[in-house]
Write a new protein. Structure first.
Length: 248
C-alpha cells in the first residue's frame, strides 16, 4: 500500500491536485482512498460533487453508532472518499477532526476492508501542529509532498511544512518526497520553487501550468482527468502519479 500526504497552504490548489491525482491513479486501474484533512471538508468535492461526504467528526459528534460505510463514500470514478471535518466554528480544535478520522478508520479496519493500493491524505498546511501533523506520523503517510506556487506566502508556508517534516526525522515519521509547483504566473516562479527545493535537499517533482481548464472542470464538478482526458494538464497529472508511484 502506497500512503502519502499532500500539504500546502490554504487556497494553493492542493485539494484540486489531490483529487486529480486520485482520478489519475484510478484511471490506471488502482484502488484509491482520499482522506480530506481540512476543516472545510471540501477535499473530495470534485470527486463526489452531487452528494456531500458526511464528515467523521459529524458522525462522532452525533453520539450514534456508525459504520465504516457511513464514513467512506465511493465516487463515480471509483475513488474512496473520506472527510475528517472540523469543529463548530469558534469552538474546539480543528486538528481533533483529523485525529478522530484517522483513528476511526483504523479502529473500523478501513484499510483491511477496502485494501486500497493508494492512500492520499490531503492536509491543510497553514498550521503544522497537533492534529495537522497526524498524517506525518508513523503508520500513516510514508512521504509528504508539498504544493506551492512561487508566491511569497506560499513559499513561506511550504518552508514551514518542510521544516516540520525534517524535525520529525528522528521519530521515523514521513519523509519529504518533493515539491509540486502549481503555477500562478508570478515572476521567477520556477526559480523560487527550485530554491525552496534546494534548501531542503529535495526536488520539484512536477510543474503544473496555470490553465483555464481547472476553473472549467471545477465549475462542472469534475476533475480534469475525467473531463479533459486528452489535455496536456491531464497528461501532467498522470505523469506525476506515475512518478510518485515509482518513488515507493
Amino acid at each position: 500500500m502506497i500512503k502519502f500526504a499532500i500539504y500546502g497552504k490554504g487556497g494553493i490548489g492542493k485539494s484540486t491536485l489531490s483529487s486529480n491525482l486520485s482520478a489519475a491513479f484510478a484511471k490506471c486501474g488502482l484502488k484509491v482512498m482520499q482522506i480530506g484533512c481540512d476543516p472545510k471538508a471540501d477535499s473530495t468535492s470534485l470527486l463526489c460533487p452531487k452528494e456531500k461526504v458526511t464528515t467523521v467528526l459529524d458522525l462522532v459528534r452525533s453520539g450514534k453508532p456508525f459504520t465504516l460505510q457511513d464514513m467512506v463514500k465511493e465516487s463515480t470514478s471509483g475513488v474512496l472518499c473520506v472527510e475528517a471535518g472540523g469543529p463548530v466554528p469558534g469552538l474546539g480544535c480543528a486538528g481533533r477532526g483529523i485525529i478522530n478520522a484517522l483513528e476511526s478508520l483504523e479502529q473500523k479496519g478501513a484499510y483491511d476492508y477496502y485494501k486500497p493500493d493508494i492512500v492520499i491524505y490531503d492536509v491543510l498546511g497553514d498550521v503544522v501542529c497537533g492534529g495537522f501533523t497526524m498524517p506525518m506520523r508513523k503508520g500513516y503517510a510514508d512521504k509528504v509532498y508539498i504544493v506551492t506556487s512561487g508566491e511569497k506566502m506560499a513559499i513561506y508556508a511550504a518552508a514551514n511544512i518542510a521544516m516540520a517534516v525534517n524535525n520529525f526525522k528522528k521519530r521515523d515519521y514521513a519523509k519529504l518526497g518533493g515539491i509540486i509547483l502549481n503555477c500562478r504566473g508570478v515572476e521567477n516562479e520556477e526559480e523560487n520553487a527550485a530554491t525552496l527545493a534546494a534548501d531542503f535537499d529535495t526536488e520539484v517533482l512536477a510543474t503544473i501550468p496555470r490553465s483555464p481548464l481547472f476553473e472549467k472542470a471545477e465549475a462542472a464538478g469534475k476533475t480534469i482527468v475525467e473531463l479533459y482526458p486528452d489535455s496536456d494538464i491531464c497528461a501532467k497529472m498522470i505523469a506525476l502519479a506515475d512518478r510518485i508511484k515509482m518513488s515507493f
